[in-house]
Design a protein around this ligand. Structure first.
Ligand code: GLA
Length: 475
């Protein structure tokens, strides 16, 4: 396979340090913060319905290095991203003396601004602390793996470290408060009416566990994932989604309309499908379908978490397929490429289940697969997807050189490897360095895969896929 690795955490850190030293010679950053992306195993589009979701952290994320600026007269902060995928403008200046409003461009800066603005609501104006930071991420942008939440949570962690002891105990954030603050930043500055899942997972997930989150009261339960013979495989269709584009908000609205028509605050309160059936005449066919997805998905997620805790992978997998079908037919947030990847996975012996993951309209699928079948599953997805690409888009052979699928492995295993390594790696930095890592597991040797994400080149159709996704979702 032609492979291109995405950065490991050590590589992210090295790139950040190198850039920092290049840009600010004779200076060293003193703070390093990290927050992981996530993959949602099941429970899609139900967090904003107060439902259950079942995600886990993945070993890609966002890292920020930086330091406080203590020149007495300055109120200005400097923020730069190393990401290649965010458009032209890579840096911004933020003046803490001004009001911190969302900006039109560059869009990525709103995640930083939003978290900063909401964080500063807790800090006395006289105590505002200027800083400079560099940001790097290994989460594919727009892939449904929480690229934005990981920036928000890393930023919030950076600020917690920046303010450190100067915050009184009632100014400090619990992990749930931190998730809520970051979620609010996304809603108010990125204009996405999202639920709490992504930020919550980035703040609270821990190694070797998936997290069953009850989004009604923001409590959660860790479900151990310690079977070394079972893997979670994340496959990126490279169809890019953009949640801000309105389709997500439309789904949130549809669900709220259904809940109101049924006389509830949120769809979580609907206890049976019968209740929905009885009120079918009151709502449009679309509202009915959206509600049916949310109500059944909440039920599926509770049952699935129970099945996983009993190592019943067959049952878990069955529910994953059901979830995908419901997202595809009732919620209409899948696309042909995602459906194709799910069907390809389903055709492989040893695959328990597969589904689209995240907001949809492109992005990734997640597959639960026996370790012994991982190779076969990747091969099948790679070859089948390539064939399908060609059906969607007849093309010249000379185009055959671009990335189409990215694959990320997570063993359900109890290895502590990543956490230990990265904590050590950071001790080398100057004082005040703290590393916050929540790592689920990865590593696979047999397939020559050393990194968490693995890009497979098969067809130069990235741009066309963007167009297709627009057509399919009517964005
Ligand atoms: C996005 C949102 C989440 C959640 C998922 C769909 O990732 O940020 O809050 O709604 O979509 O499950």
């Amino acid at each position: 396979m032609t492979a291109e690795k995405t950065a490991t955490l050590e590589e992210l850190k090295a790139a950040l340090l190198e850039s920092y030293r290049e840009e600010f010679p004779n200076d060293e950053p003193t703070i390093c913060a990290f927050a992981p992306g996530r993959v949602n195993l099941i429970g899609e589009h139900v967090d904003y319905n107060d439902g259950f979701v079942f995600p886990m952290a993945i070993p890609v994320g966002t890292m920020i290095v930086g330091k406080a600026l203590n020149e007495p007269t300055t109120t200005k902060c400097y923020v730069r991203t190393l990401s290649k995928d965010v458009g032209e403008q890579k840096s911004i200046e933020i003046d803490l003396a001004n009001e911190l409003a969302p900006i039109k461009s560059p869009k990525w800066a709103n995640y930083v601004l939003g978290v900063l603005a909401h964080f500063l609501e807790r800090v006395k104006p006289s105590k505002k602390q200027p800083f400079r930071i560099l940001i790097a991420t290994s989460v594919p942008i727009g892939g449904g793996l929480s690229s934005s939440a990981s920036v928000e949570v890393a930023m919030c962690t950076f600020l917690e470290l920046l303010y450190g002891n100067s915050l009184s105990s009632n100014q400090q954030l619990s992990k749930v408060d931190k998730a809520l603050l970051c979620c609010k930043a996304e809603q108010t500055y990125a204009n996405v009416p999202c639920g709490i899942m992504d930020q919550y997972t980035s703040c609270l997930a821990k190694a070797d566990h998936a997290l069953l989150i009850d989004c009604r009261d923001n409590t959660s339960q860790y479900i151990p994932m310690i079977n070394k013979n079972v893997c979670v495989l994340v496959t990126n269709s490279n169809v890019k989604h953009e949640l801000g584009a309105g389709t997500y908000a439309e789904r949130v609205h549809n669900c709220q309309v259904a809940a109101n028509l049924l006389g509830h605050k949120k769809l979580r309160e609907v206890t049976s499908l019968k209740e929905l059936e009885n009120a079918r005449d009151k709502m449009s066919p679309t509202t009915y379908k959206r509600a049916r997805h949310a109500i059944t998905e909440i039920q599926r997620t509770e049952i699935a978490a129970e099945a996983l805790s009993k190592n019943d992978y067959a049952e878990f997998g069955r529910l994953m397929y059901e979830s995908h079908q419901s997202l595809r037919d009732d919620f209409e947030v899948s696309c042909e490429e995602l459906d194709q990847l799910v069907e390809l996975a389903r055709s492989v012996d040893g695959v328990y289940g597969s589904r689209m993951t995240g907001g949809g309209f492109g992005g990734c699928t997640v597959t639960l697969v026996a370790k012994s079948s991982v190779g076969k599953c990747i091969e099948t997805m790679k070859n089948g997807y390539k064939e399908k690409c060609q059906q969607f888009h007849p093309r010249n052979d000379s185009d055959d050189d671009d990335t189409q699928i990215q694959i990320c492995f997570s063993y359900l295993s109890s290895s502590k490897f990543p956490l230990q390594i990265y904590q050590k790696a950071l001790i080398g930095m100057s004082c005040g360095c703290v590393f916050v890592a929540v790592i689920s597991l990865f590593l696979t040797q047999s397939l020559d895969i050393q990194s968490s994400f693995y890009k497979i080149r098969c067809s130069k159709r990235t741009v066309d896929y963007l167009l297709i996704s627009n057509i399919l979702t009517g964005m």
